[in-house]
Design a protein. Structure first.
Length: 390
């Protein structure tokens, strides 16, 4: 699905569409208005498909809105949950803003910091990267302003980010057309750290993280993988040595994450529109890990505002899908791009971990607001999964 915003005009078009299904397009409409009406019809179709998903959870909290010039801007995209090992309740939600940077929230949703680094799309965290003799946590993301990768060191004491890249880490736009997806990978086999970046043209590149003499990080191209169409959502599973890639109009691919893994890949069964509970686009991917091999792979199904759950591991059996609907105080979630999940206990509100989702249409009292991220206590999702597995 297009992620163009529904303009105020398009909201009115929802009512128009219900009674003017076959009416011709008025010649007086501008190109922008025609696009807005197209968006509104897609929105209405997605809501109709979402109604067929019966399992649901409600959000426990939401972050503040991301910075953007207008309420109908498509600004928020992806987030990564950073677990604070010293004090789990001080863990952070690190989100991207396609209009201008990286924004950091606490678990209550309050904004802690904003870094105006560029048009940031997808983001991930890495724990325990060996920088000299020190282990540090990293934050990495794709920067569409200059087609580069941004890398930050996260200070565990105060949660601040500092640039640790060895200059501007440019991506070759002859290979990767418009940087989009991003994820880290730490190889247990070769004891090296990598990142993956994907583009609109379907190309995925794998880079090794290389430390420079002045304790900065540079990138060394290790592998290039070609997909037939646009890819974005990616997540790597270190325990199994595999990479999952979401090809938006096909489904979820699984392949080896090691740099010598080649191009061989397998499309997960029922990860595309062969599954009636999934509607394109397939967007964000996330892992909820239990011990070394248990847990789940989750995917955002943008075409019906829902989330598909697969077993983590060898077979990746599809278990079911759920949606996030309104609570008494926080609205539900629609047209999600990025998602993330962690199984670490994050205090009394999230004793078995947290699921986070970008909200493409953030409403308050019926009024469209700037986009944000919604937070769900994993126990709610766990109860759904237990019901599916019975």
């Amino acid at each position: 699905m297009s992620t163009r915003r529904i303009l105020p005009f398009a909201l009115a078009c929802l009512a128009w569409a219900s009674c003017q299904t076959d009416a011709p397009k008025p010649a007086t409409l501008t190109e922008e208005q025609l696009e807005a009406r197209e968006d509104s019809l897609e929105y209405a179709e997605a809501r109709t498909k979402q109604a067929k998903i019966t399992a649901f959870v409600v959000p426990d909290a939401e972050t503040g809105a991301v910075h953007s010039p207008h309420a109908d801007d498509d600004a928020a995209d992806d987030m990564a949950i950073w677990v604070n090992a010293a004090d789990a309740e001080k863990s952070l939600i690190i989100g991207t803003n396609k209009k201008g940077g990286v924004v950091v929230f606490d678990l209550q949703g309050a904004e802690k910091a904003f870094y105006p680094t560029g048009r940031i799309n997808n983001i991930d965290v890495m724990y325990g990267f060996l920088l000299g003799k020190q282990q540090v946590d990293l934050v990495g993301c794709t920067n569409r302003s200059d087609q580069s990768i941004d890398l930050f060191q996260l200070n565990p004491t105060d949660g601040t980010l500092s640039n640790i890249a060895a200059g501007t880490l440019k991506i070759d736009t002859n290979s990767v057309k418009d940087v989009y997806g991003f994820c880290f990978y730490q190889s247990k086999r070769v004891k090296k750290s990598y990142l993956f970046v994907s583009g609109k043209n379907g190309t995925v590149q794998q880079f090794e993280l290389v430390m420079t003499p002045d304790n900065k990080i540079d990138l060394k191209l290790a592998r290039q993988i070609a997909f037939d169409s646009q890819t974005e959502g990616m997540v790597a599973d270190e325990d199994f040595g595999v990479l999952y890639v979401g090809e938006e109009d096909k489904g979820i691919w699984k392949m080896l994450a090691e740099p010598d893994g080649g191009n061989r890949r397998t499309l997960l069964n029922t990860s595309g529109e062969d599954n009636p509970n999934i509607a394109y686009d397939v967007e964000g991917l996330a892992l909820y890990k239990i011990n070394g091999s248990g847990g789940y792979l989750l995917a955002s199904s943008q075409g019906n505002f829902s989330y598909a759950v697969f077993e983590r591991g060898v077979e990746n059996r599809y278990l079911g899908s759920f949606k996030i609907t309104d609570s008494e105080t926080v609205d539900g979630v629609e047209e999600t791009d990025g998602i993330d999940a962690v199984s670490a206990p994050l205090g009394k509100n999230y004793p078995k971990g947290l699921f986070a989702a970008q909200d493409g249409f953030n409403f308050k009292n019926g009024q469209l607001q700037r986009q944000n991220f919604k937070l769900v206590n994993w126990e709610k999702i766990e109860r759904l999964i237990e019901g599916w597995e019975q």
